[in-house]
Design a protein around this ligand. Structure first.
Ligand code: PMP
Length: 301
């Protein structure tokens, strides 16, 4: 069912409106000049995982685009919970989006209203579940993450997804599930919607997030790995180093922890560490199971 023809309620500038009525004008600044930022969150068992971190990142993403969302982090948290409850879902994807409206048309938009909407829908698996078990295959993207002097690269800004869509389309045309992007210096950066980790022995290696999103899932995985006594190294990773890594996975709110079996010419075998982190992530996101992880960490000490 197309997204604009679904049923339910969308939180829209402080009110719950009928799903199909949540519309904006064609002369919206965000549509023409990309003055839009968003979040992607997941609710598990009725609770949005790391909600406040997402709301804070949304506010910061907007500040990097030179605007202030007219709601506090606490109000955005409450609005996300309200939108989730209104859809009557306990496991769901939550999409807050903020944008400059249609009051002025042109590059300058000093007086445009800042809008906020939050939609919630069911999104069980980002990748085909069968592919996900074996590990997904990634293409090497042609597009590179921009130099932070070229774009507000730390903002989860809609405009930065243009190269992600292009890279993902090119990958899908070649039969891959997704693409790995390098950054402007030629270092490994991230996939089009998730961060990347490599495993060699008992050590995890992941690129330093200096020109791409420092994912909330990425930080969660680092904490989970360290709680298991694994070393995590954040550093610059050159593409030819991928030859020497044994396991690889990507992680993000939508993708969760997804094993990778191939990136261009390099192959990986989904292994024990990836499996353990997938399971630990599935545990930590669930409010009714989270305690188990604390207990197993305490037992290991
Ligand atoms: N990089 C990109 C480009 C993304 O779209 C996402 C998903 N928001 C991530 C990384 C992972 O971020 P998070 O774990 O906060 O969802």
């Amino acid at each position: 069912l197309p997204f604009d023809q679904r049923e339910g309620l969308i939180w829209f500038n402080g009110e719950l409106v009928a799903w199909q009525e949540a519309k904006i004008h064609v002369l919206t600044h965000a549509l023409h000049y990309a003055s839009c930022v968003f979040e992607g969150e997941r609710a598990y068992g009725g609770e949005i995982f790391k909600l406040t971190e997402h709301s804070e990142r949304l506010v910061n993403s907007a500040r990097l685009l030179d605007y202030e969302i007219p709601y506090s982090v606490e109000e955005i948290d409450a609005a996300c919970r309200q939108a989730l409850a209104a859809q009557g879902l306990s496991d769901a994807y939550v999409r807050p989006v903020a944008w400059r409206g249609s009051e002025m048309m042109g590059v300058s938009a000093q007086h445009n209203r800042i809008n906020l909407a939050i939609a919630v829908w069911d999104w069980p698996s980002y990748f085909d579940p069968e592919q996900r078990l074996k590990g997904i295959r990634l293409d090497m993207a042609e597009w590179r993450r921009p130099d932070p002097r070229t774009a507000p690269s730390k903002s989860k800004a809609a405009g930065l997804y243009m190269i992600c869509t292009l890279s993902k389309h090119a990958a899908e045309r070649k039969g891959y599930a997704d693409a790995l992007m390098l950054d402007w210096r030629g270092q490994v950066a991230e996939s089009t919607g998730a961060n990347v980790f490599f495993v060699k022995g008992d050590v995890l290696h992941t690129p330093t997030p200096d020109c791409f999103l420092d994912g909330i899932t990425r930080r969660t995985v680092i904490d989970l790995a360290r709680a298991r006594g694994l070393e995590v190294v954040e550093r610059a990773i050159m593409p030819d180093e991928m030859e020497g890594f044994e396991q690889c996975f990507i992680c993000g709110t939508a993708a969760e922890v997804t094993p990778v079996s191939e990136i261009g010419p390099y192959s990986f075998a989904p292994g024990e560490i990836t499996q353990m982190l997938m399971e630990d992530y599935d545990t930590v996101v669930r409010p009714d199971r989270r305690g188990q992880l604390a207990r197993s960490a305490a037992a290991a000490e």
